[in-house]
Every structure is written in structure tokens, then in C-alpha cells.
Design a protein around this ligand. Structure first.
Ligand SMILES: Nc1nc2c(c(=O)[nH]1)N(C=O)[C@@H](CNc1ccc(C(=O)N[C@@H](CCC(=O)O)C(=O)O)cc1)CN2
Ligand SMILES: Nc1nc2c(ncn2[C@@H]2O[C@H](COP(=O)(O)OP(=O)(O)OP(=O)(O)O)[C@@H](O)[C@H]2O)c(=O)[nH]1
Ligand SMILES: [Mg+2]
Length: 437
């Protein structure tokens, strides 16, 4: 990343590349008015779509398109922005891009550079930028809701409240330190600071409790299909994915590699993984497949434990949440207590199985969207908690020590919202953005 380079005016395609009804080309920076005058012949009224003929430097028509001008500093980036809504043709886009990037002071934007400018201008905090990144990546309803909440700054607001309270506690402690004589017992200001620290600690712990769900919604819940060879794991994967993803055959030991498909289960993002049938084997390839299957069982949020209705169950030693499933119910046989019967041949039990998976996964959360969604958030909040636990446990400790621990907690919260120590995080985050965002 080039970092901060506010003199240059950046240009990028903001819609998805390729043939489309309409494409949006966005320009941000100090030379936007100049680019508008040379290309559209006018500076249109702010925020009003204006239909114009767009021309290159020789006066040749490139296209007729809508021009949308957002003056700084109220715009998304804080700078002047213009959007050209043109016909979604590769050639039109290429011609307009060629024209604009040839203008003095204009260059192509890097991935995430518009959003980086918004961050530098103080329009978004780090957590909001992360929310925006998640929103662009969102594929399911739960991901959209969680990302939107984070983009709206919910985490930033909460972190700001924690920080304000802790700064208040530090002010009380400073007063206590100033007014108390050597050897005095700590007074009421110290007690009040302790009370504030304990209250923030409780709130931090509740937020941390939402992390597991937040991370799962962001990355997808891992649901593993496991069981003996021939149980019908690959058949079930194909049925749930509604695609012919995995090889199915009557030969036991067909699947060796783990195969995954992403599902939108009633808004929940699920990564469904088919695995090699679990059994002892002399075939080194199959042994490796079984090793991989067991490794996946360890990181599963939920295991669908399959057996053919006409076969014995294979008991896995792994202690993971499981839904026992008897497959091939169309063949007839005995369903054991606690088992769900399904058939991919006639579809029996499949909707109910999906509903049971969804119900289990939804139950892992507390209903409302999680606030902590990334390992970075977890670490910052856990650091703040550790500092406040030290502070609140050492009853009778001098105010100076208490103040130092609270200061460390405040620092952790500043890292959380990106007030300090952000450069590495930012480079990584923006590199994952699309160009034009
Ligand atoms: N065409 C288009 N659609 C888009 C965006 C965009 O940039 N362009 N967005 C991009 O992500 C999202 C909407 N986000 C937006 C954010 C701010 C403003 C805006 O008009 N800001 C005003 C200031 C408003 C205020 O301060 O109250 C401005 O620019 O002057 C518009 C869209 C989704 N749709
Ligand atoms: N009648 C019937 N046959 C099924 C059903 N599901 C799977 N089968 C058959 O069972 C056999 C094994 O199915 P697979 O899906 O390959 O089984 P698997 O568990 O993936 O097997 P491995 O990959 O070897 O571990 C195939 O011949 C399937 O057609 C079902 O619901 N009904
Ligand atoms: Mg298989």
C-alpha cells in the first residue's frame, strides 16, 4: 500500500467488472472539479444525477451517462467525489478510464483506497471499516445484519462508552493521589473508581461472550458429515448443495479428500464438509483421508453422524455436538432413539434435518447480532479484561497501581477502535477490499 497520498486524485471502477446494465466509475480527490469540467463540460449541482455527454480530451464522445457530484468535506471520503454512471460495456469503461487516468494528477486507485481516505478523514473508525469490508463480503442474511451493525459504528460507540468511564475512573484516582497524605488508607474516590472499573469489566465480559457467534457468522459455521464408509455422506452433501459436488458410489472408501460447500441455511452461513468414511484401513491414501476427517471433527461446530439404516453405527470418540442420522430410510430398517431418518432417494427427513441444524446453530448465539467478530477484537477486549481483572482483584492496592491497570485497559480499547497501532491492521484490511471501494 502506498499509504496516505492526498494530493493525488484516484479513479476506479466501483461496480463489478464485465458486461452489465450500468457501470459506476468513481473519482475522489482535489482534481475532481477539473476532471468534471473536461469530461462533462460542467460541475453539476451536488448530489443530483445529471445526464451529460462524456467526452475525451480531443472532444470525441465516449458515452452519454449520469454524472453525480459529491462535494467534500461531507462526501464519503471527505474529498470531492464524482461518479460516472455509464453503460456497462467493457469498451466504454476502458475508454473513460483511459481518458481520466491520462489527466494530470489522476491515477488508478488501489484496493480499498476510497475507504482508506474515508478513514483518514475520520468518517469511519476502524471497526466501521471492518464492518464495511464484511458487508461487501456478506452472502447471507445474518452476515448482512452483523456487518451493517458494525458498519454503523455500534462497536465504536460501545468502546467509546467504556473508554469514557475508565477515563473518569482515572480522573478520580488522580484526585485521590493528589489529596491523600503518605500512608493514608485509600478513600471514597478510590472506591468509586473501583466500582466503575468493575462495571466496565462486566460489560466487557458480556461483549466477549458474543465473540464465538460473531466469528462463526463472519466465517461460516463448520458442519461436518461423518460416519462409516458407504453411509451416504457424499450423497447427503450433494442433496443439500443441490449440486453434483462429490463422487458417490457403492464402493466403500470412495471419498478421501474433504470436500466443502457453502450453504445459506435460512440466513446462516454454513460450511458443510464431506469426509472420508471412518474405518481402519491398510491403504495409506485412505488412512490419510481418515486422519483428515478426524482433524475436521475437532474443529466442527456440529457433526452430522451418519449410518446406513441397515448398518451398525460407528462411534466416534470425539466429544463434539452431534446430530445422529440414519440414512437410506427408503430401504426400511430400525431408527434408533435420538436418530433422524433421512433418504436422499425420496427426500424424506431432509427439510427437518436442515431445520434441526439451523435451530442448533442459532441457539449458539443470544439473538441480537454480535459486536466482536474478529480475532483482533477478541484480543483487544481480552487485554482490557485482563488489565481490569488485575485492577479489581487487588483490593487495597495503592491508587497509582490501580490507575496504571486502568490506563492499560484504555490503551487496549484504543487499539480496538483504531486510535492507536492501526497501520499493520489497515494495510491487511484494505488489501482485502475490492478496487473501487
Ligand atoms: N451510487 C452510489 N451508491 C452507493 C454508494 C455510493 O458511493 N455511490 N455507497 C457507498 O458506499 C453506498 C451508500 N453510501 C453513501 C454514503 C454517503 C453518501 C452521501 O451522499 N453523503 C453525502 C453527505 C451526507 C451527509 O453528510 O449527511 C455527501 O456525499 O455529500 C451517499 C451514499 C451504497 N450506494
Ligand atoms: N437407497 C438409497 N441409497 C443411498 C442413499 N444415500 C446413499 N445411497 C447409496 O449408498 C451408496 C454410498 O453412498 P455415498 O454417498 O457414496 O456414501 P459415503 O458415505 O460418501 O461413502 P464413502 O465416501 O465411501 O465414505 C451409494 O451407492 C448411494 O447411491 C439413500 O438415501 N437411499
Ligand atoms: Mg463419500
Amino acid at each position: 500500500m502506498s499509504g496516505h497520498d492526498p494530493q493525488s486524485t484516484i479513479v476506479a471502477l466501483s461496480s463489478a467488472p464485465g458486461r452489465a446494465g450500468v457501470a459506476v466509475l468513481r473519482v475522489s480527490g482535489p482534481r475532481v472539479r477539473f476532471a468534471l469540467e473536461t469530461t462533462a463540460g460542467i460541475i453539476p449541482p451536488p448530489r443530483l444525477a445529471t445526464l451529460r455527454v462524456l467526452r475525451d480530451a480531443e472532444g470525441q464522445v465516449i458515452d452519454r451517462g449520469l454524472v453525480l457530484f459529491f462535494p467534500g468535506p461531507t462526501s464519503f471520503t471527505g474529498e470531492d467525489i464524482v461518479e460516472f454512471h455509464i453503460h456497462g460495456s467493457r469498451a466504454v469503461l476502458a475508454a473513460l478510464l483511459r481518458h481520466l487516468t491520462a489527466l494530470p494528477g489522476l491515477r488508478l486507485a488501489e484496493a480499498g483506497e476510497f475507504t482508506r481516505r474515508a478513514f483518514e478523514a475520520g468518517k469511519l473508525d476502524l471497526a466501521a471499516v471492518e464492518g464495511l469490508a464484511d458487508l461487501i463480503d456478506s452472502e447471507t442474511e445474518w452476515q448482512r445484519r452483523q456487518a451493517l451493525r458494525q458498519m454503523d459504528g455500534a462497536l465504536g460507540v460501545l468502546a467509546g462508552q467504556w473508554r469514557t468511564q475508565l477515563l473518569e475512573a482515572m480522573t478520580l484516582l488522580a484526585a485521590e493521589i493528589d489529596f491523600s497524605d503518605e500512608g493514608d488508607v485509600e478513600g471514597p474516590l478510590h472506591d468509586e473508581a473501583m466500582r466503575i472499573a468493575a462495571s466496565v469489566l462486566g460489560s466487557l465480559r458480556r461483549a466477549l461472550g458474543s465473540f464465538a457467534m460473531g466469528e462463526r457468522v463472519r466465517e461460516g459455521f463448520v458442519v461436518v458429515l461423518a460416519g462409516p464408509p458407504n453411509a451416504g455422506k457424499s450423497s447427503l452433501l450433494n442433496a443439500l448443495a443441490r449440486r453434483d459436488v462429490a463422487i458417490v458410489s457403492p464402493v466403500a472408501g470412495t471419498t478421501r479428500d474433504a470436500l466443502e460447500v457453502r450453504l445459506d441455511l435460512d440466513g446462516l452461513p454454513v460450511i458443510l464438509i464431506d469426509t472420508a468414511g471412518l474405518r481402519e484401513s491398510l491403504d495409506p491414501i485412505e488412512v490419510e483421508g481418515v486422519r483428515r476427517a478426524r482433524a475436521l471433527l475437532e474443529r466442527a461446530d456440529l457433526v452430522l453422524s451418519l449410518r446406513g439404516i441397515d448398518s451398525e453405527p460407528y462411534r466416534t470418540a470425539e466429544e463434539v455436538p452431534q446430530i445422529p442420522v440414519a440414512t437410506k430410510a427408503d430401504l426400511g430398517g430400525t431408527v434408533l432413539p435420538g436418530e433422524r431418518a433421512i433418504s436422499v432417494k425420496n427426500g424424506e427427513g431432509l427439510p427437518e434435518l436442515l431445520a434441526a441444524i439451523g435451530e442448533y446453530l442459532r441457539g449458539l448465539g443470544q439473538g441480537e447480532p454480535a459486536l466482536l467478530t474478529r480475532e483482533r477484537h477478541r484480543i483487544a477486549v481480552a487485554d482490557a479484561i485482563a488489565a481490569l481483572e488485575r485492577a479489581t482483584k487487588s483490593v487495597g492496592a495503592p491508587s497509582e497501581l490501580l490507575a496504571e491497570d486502568i490506563r492499560l485497559a484504555v490503551m487496549a480499547l484504543e487499539r480496538l477502535v483504531g486510535r492507536i497501532g492501526v497501520e499493520d491492521v489497515l494495510d491487511h484490511l484494505f488489501a482485502g477490499f475490492c478496487i473501487g471501494k
